[in-house]
Design a protein around this ligand. Structure first.
Ligand code: ATP
Length: 358
């Protein structure tokens, strides 16, 4: 187990920044999810932690020891990839054994380790089978056994579930979290799937264009996104955004645009007046009502029935799409006029110039 620390990591490829000034600490025994769109630098970060790639500048420390110049082997970190490599001609047992081949352990110790790893991920009965005789999920579990059998200081998983079908992903996701909590090894899990990140991470680090946008617990990231990017990237359906300005009258702060004038309450009530602001509100925090109140006027564009709830997709007054989560079975004709209400204390305010909260 190890505390992994990245200090001001920069990685450039031919002058282009793949990772920029990345500072991040993963605590001992923590499951950190790195989340971000394709090309944001997640794999490059993982490769540098594993020692498969070197930072252009910056330091990597394990338990306070600088390992930046150490080889992958000297770091004792296990990596599991999207399509983790198993040797096709070897049994599951021999595949797992390959991780211990140069360990210097006795035959008995090796056998005990393999038995324990196989039991941990429940592949004991599959040990004599070859990869071609295993299902996708079973292969992934053997690959995991191969990684844990070394008793590594940390685990790096780079989209290990993305090649699997939805049902299998769901069950392996829970298995991995359960495994990580049982063996309490530091784990970094890369994904571009925000649901995977929300359900798995003790904390989530959201990356964008080589930078860490925000790091925090799933609840923090969801409820208190600090940037417009995080606000729009995490959450399904995505957060709604309304443009306007912030005006102060009678000691109160108001969001004003051609369609609404709404008092800002809660956390942002004492923000400074500003000409351009973006208000963000989650779709499930809005309520629909008949047209005619003083709320946000919407026009129904489409309705998606999800079984347990419905998503009403509307055109907002400035042509923006506004989504409202409402009860299952909700119907309204396309083009119908509705109003949406929400509590401004539940909204976030962003400065479009800095893309950060005001
Ligand atoms: P994905 O989710 O698609 O795997 P990622 O977030 O893991 O993406 P990286 O693979 O880390 O992203 O890539 C970050 C950036 O660095 C990209 O712009 C990529 O094109 C570039 N890059 C990565 N590896 C190299 C390389 N060996 N040579 C040149 N450019 C690279």
């Amino acid at each position: 187990m190890a505390r992994i620390e990245l200090r001001n990591i920069v990685r450039t490829f031919g002058g282009q920044h793949a990772v920029q000034n990345l500072d991040m600490t993963i605590e001992d025994g923590e499951l950190l999810v790195l989340l971000g769109p394709s090309g944001c630098g997640k794999s490059t970060t993982m490769n540098m932690i594993a020692g498969l790639d070197s930072p252009t500048s910056g330091q990597i420390l394990f338990d306070g020891v600088d390992v930046t110049q150490r080889s992958p082997h000297e770091r004792n970190i296990a990596m599991v990839f999207q399509s983790s490599l198993l040797y096709p001609h070897l049994s599951a047992r021999d595949n797992i054994y390959m991780s211990l081949k140069r360990s210097g352990l006795s035959k008995q110790q090796i056998e005990a380790r393999i038995a324990h790893a196989a039991e941990t991920v429940d592949v004991t009965r599959l040990l004599d089978k070859r990869p071609s005789q295993l299902s996708g999920g079973e292969r992934q579990r053997v690959a995991t056994a191969k990684a844990i059998v070394r008793e590594p200081a940390g685990f790096l998983l780079d989209e290990p579930l993305s090649a699997l079908d939805a049902a299998l992903r769901l069950s392996l996701r829970a298995e991995l979290v359960n495994l990580q909590k049982r063996i309490r090894t530091t784990m970094i899990f890369v994904t571009h799937d925000q649901i995977e990140a929300m359900t798995m991470g003790d904390r989530i680090g959201v990356m964008r264009q080589g930078r860490l946008e925000q790091i925090g617990t799933p609840t923090d990231i969801y409820n208190r996104p600090e940037t417009l990017f995080v606000a729009g990237f995490v959450g399904t359906p995505p957060m709604n955004f309304l443009k306007g300005s912030l005006e102060q009258t009678d000691g109160k702060l108001w969001l004003v645009n051609p369609s609404i004038r709404m008092e800002i309450k809660g956390e942002f009530a004492s923000a400074k007046p500003m000409k351009n602001v973006v208000l963000g509100i989650r779709p499930h925090l809005m309520r629909l009502s008949e047209a005619g109140s003083s709320a946000l006027p919407l026009t129904v564009y489409a309705i998606e029935q999800l079984g347990n709830e419905a998503i009403v997709i509307c055109d907002g007054p400035a042509g923006e799409k506004i989504r409202v989560v409402t009860q299952a079975g909700f119907t309204a004709p396309i083009g119908a006029r509705l109003d949406a209400n929400f509590d401004s204390a539940a909204a976030r305010l962003y400065d479009p110039a800095t893309e950060r909260v005001v």
